[in-house]
Design a protein around this ligand. Structure first.
Ligand code: GLN
Ligand code: ZN
Length: 749
């Protein structure tokens, strides 16, 4: 087992941590909650007959941050706060503002191709790597042992740690190898003394593209580390990989003196082929064949066939049936779902069900196999004929908007008649308590549909009036009807199902409950038209229709696996296209289709970017807008500015305007826009909406000067970074006032 969920079956860790931060419970209470969560996971694994039960997979916030603390990689500014260890830990994760000082949090990044985020360790001139006193892996190993459970301590490997860290003061990974190796071998000695038998070291960074220097770094680390551990202890050592195959490193990995190697046969497309090149005798293969990321039942016949292939190279006794990655990425249990029917639930497997699957597959249990066969004997869902017909009828013209962007531009200029440097916002306005209360009251049937609608209309009218008073050029309705940009559309499209308790950790105490794509997706009625039309009726200025794009909807859901992602994206694309055309038909002149998460599922290896992802993702977006009239202006929005490397693909989405987050990244993307001769009009966010700070006029003017030094000024829009829904009303009004003023100054110049 690589890892088990750790937020608590009812998100106990989230609630306890939040109470602890507010001073409502003591540290002892928080620590107790954490211990209960760990014990629950260990017992579940034991009950399910798991042979290698994981410890040290728990974390109060993030495992990479734990590893940084384990290795003393804690920047000075946090140490200088002189807080307790746990408080220092949270200071790094959240930032700290109080009696002891004022420091920002370390940055966060997405963990490989998952929706989980890790804290990026910072290594600088002052960093000395050494093993922490009372190392967490030993404490947790002992805790499990005291409960009568033998566990395998799971560590994040030195290579992955050093590869993901950010370096300052001219430091580099190689400077830290010797110290990290002695810290880990020291740790191994302590685990050995405590009675551990195995140590599992995760090196997911081996599935990334690796160059010569990286390969050498890895080999250096492991030649030393394995040697040291084997000389000093009786511990068996496994290196565990996941999220892909180790094509650049297979030969090296299998030539190390390891006792176990973990390979991913689900996302690792080449793992089987690599295995057939040979596998060392006397080494266990931890064969990741049960998908650790999806929520669907495994098809046992298919898994058995895969296992049979694997066992052609490795004796059955040396193969350990495992999940493809940590179960951190799935919810706890299907049993907690109270509103889904049994006919749906029988197709789902969350973490606890996956443990049972491992056992079923490993023991080749005949009755389990038969039940599983019966489940897969029929199609899970019927195809929707109308959806199939629309998909089959798609031709090139569905993906290619006419006329060209340059032609459209002239037409749109005439009809929209916008000033230079047009000002706009990204869509949502502050989701104040009354807005949330109104939605909740409607959902709980405490108010009528008419009351619900009346409230939203009043909010929209106020929002339009505010934007007019501020002098913005392109207005929005404010998105008061939406809880979440994906869930809202999932709720209003056919084909999705929603869980009650299937929470998955996204970062720290933040969890998400993604919708599940269950069947063919279709739209039975207009979704947003009523709100947009009402908003437009309140003003002469154009109001943007506001939609979420197919790639983002899919990336933030659990996709189905019986049809390809491409087909699912097309189905969603067709449904959203109907909404686009309805908005246009009802007088909406500008439509924004958000693709906030477009970059998120970019494959880990560059060679797969187009063939596996962009080649369907970009067309899915084009499908949504290709049929609109030339005078309808299409906008899109993206949250992360890290798309310098796919800039041409973004341009190929063929939107008329794109807005994106840029202020936090110091407008770095502008160089890439310039280099690529980017054709889409752009609104790089001129201030950061993630903070309540109000930007001054001159700050925004400066940002705009930077922008026009790189981008043709005729192409520039002026807008915040992202939606304003998490902000307060006061700071929003003040910020937008300054934004409009800054645009005015630029026009005068
Ligand atoms: N239109 C959405 C909003 O303004 C976009 C949100 C996002 O990019 N995450 O809230
Ligand atoms: Zn955004």
């Amino acid at each position: 087992m690589i890892g088990f969920p750790r937020i608590g079956k009812k998100r106990e860790l989230k609630f306890a941590s939040e109470k602890f931060f507010k001073g409502e419970i003591s540290k002892a209470e928080l620590v107790k909650t954490a211990a209960d969560i760990r014990l629950y996971g260990w017992r579940k694994q034991r009950e399910a007959g798991i042979g290698f039960i994981a410890s040290n997979d728990f974390s109060f916030y993030d495992n990479l941050l734990d590893t940084a603390f384990l290795l003393n990689v804690i920047p000075e500014r946090y140490k200088q706060l002189n807080l307790s260890e746990l408080e220092t830990y949270f200071a790094v994760a959240h930032g700290y503002q109080g009696a002891a000082g004022d420091v920002k949090a370390l940055p966060m990044k997405k963990w490989f191709n998952t929706n989980y985020h890790y804290i990026v360790p910072q290594i600088d001139g002052k960093t000395t790597i050494r093993l922490a006193a009372n190392p967490k892996p030993v404490t947790e190993y002992n805790e499990a042992k005291a409960a009568g459970i033998q566990t395998v301590s799971n560590l994040i490997g030195i290579y992955t740690f050093l590869r993901l860290a950010r370096y300052e003061d001219g430091r580099k990974a190689a400077d830290f190898v010797a110290d990290a190796v002695s810290a880990y071998s020291n740790l191994a000695c302590q685990l050995d003394a405590a009675g551990a038998e195995w140590l599992s070291i995760a090196e997911p960074a081996l599935v990334l593209d690796m160059d010569e220097a990286e390969k050498q770094l890895f080999c250096k680390i492991y030649n030393d580390l394995i040697d040291k551990i084997h000389t000093k202890t009786r511990l068996k050592i496994a290196v565990q990989t996941y999220f892909g195959d180790v094509r650049d490193m297979y030969a090296e990995l299998t030539s190390l003196n390891l006792d176990g190697i973990g390979l991913d046969f689900v996302e690792g497309k080449r793992s089987l082929e690599l295995l057939k090149r040979g596998f060392p005798a006397d080494t266990l293969l931890f064969a990741g064949i049960v998908n650790g990321k999806n929520i669907w039942r495994s098809n046992y016949e298919q898994k058995n066939a895969l296992l049979a292939e694997i066992e052609k190279t490795v004796d059955a006794q040396r193969v350990v049936v495992a999940t493809s990655c940590s179960l951190l990425h799935v919810p706890y249990t299907v049993e907690a779902e109270t509103e889904l029917s049994d006919s749906i639930k029988q197709h789902l497997a969350f973490a606890e069900e996956k443990l049972l699957e491992l056992n079923d597959i490993a023991t080749a249990d005949a009755s389990a196999l038969n039940r599983n066969k019966a489940l897969f004997a029929h199609e899970r869902v019927e195809k929707k004929a109308a959806v199939q017909q629309s998909l089959n009828a798609l031709t090139n013209s569905d993906f290619n908007r006419q006329p060209s962007r340059i032609e459209r531009r002239k037409i749109q200029k005439n009809v929209l008649n916008l000033p230079p440097f047009p000002t706009t916002t990204i869509g949502s306005f502050p989701q104040t308590a009354d807005v949330r209360a109104n939605r909740a009251a409607f959902k709980n049937k405490k108010i009528s549909a008419e009351q619900y609608r009346e409230f939203n209309r009043r909010k929209i009218a106020e929002c339009i009036a505010l934007q007019e008073a501020l002098g913005l050029d392109v207005l929005v309705h404010g998105e008061f009807e939406r809880n979440d940009m994906v869930e809202y559309f999932g709720n209003n499209l056919d084909g999705f199902i929603f869980t009650q308790n299937a929470w998955v950790q996204s970062y720290g105490t933040r969890c998400v409950k993604p919708p599940v794509v269950w069947g063919d997706i279709s739209r039975s009625a207009p979704i947003t038209v009523e709100w947009s039309v009402f908003a437009q009726s309140q003003t002469q200025k154009p109001v943007k229709g506001m939609l979420t794009g197919p790639v983002t909807i899919l990336n933030w859901s659990f996709p189905r696996e019986d049809v390809s992602l491409k087909v699912q994206a097309q189905q969603i694309g067709l449904a959203i296209r109907d909404e686009v055309l309805d908005l246009e038909r009802n007088g909406i002149r500008i439509i924004q289709i958000d693709e906030a998460a477009l970059r998120e599922k970019l494959p880990l290896r560059r060679s797969d970017w187009h063939s596996e992802y962009l080649d369907w993702a970009i067309p899915a977006f084009r499908l949504v807008h290709a049929k609109v009239k030339p005078e309808t202006q299409i906008h899109t929005h993206m949250c992360y500015s890290e798309f310098g490397d796919i800039i041409r693909d973004i341009d190929a989405m063929d939107a008329d305007v794109i807005t994106f987050e840029a202020s936090r990244s110091d407008l770095k993307l502008l160089d890439a826009l310039k280099a690529a001769d980017f054709q889409t009009q752009v609104g790089p966010g001129v201030y950061d909406i993630h903070s309540p700070r109000v930007p001054s006029v001159s700050e925004i003017v400066d940002a705009l000067h930077k922008i026009i030094s790189k981008v043709d000024k005729k192409n520039v829009w002026v807008n915040p970074d992202c939606g304003l829904k998490t902000r307060g009303t006061e700071e929003t009004t003040a910020s937008l006032k300054n934004l409009v003023e800054a645009a005015k100054q630029l026009r005068e110049e």
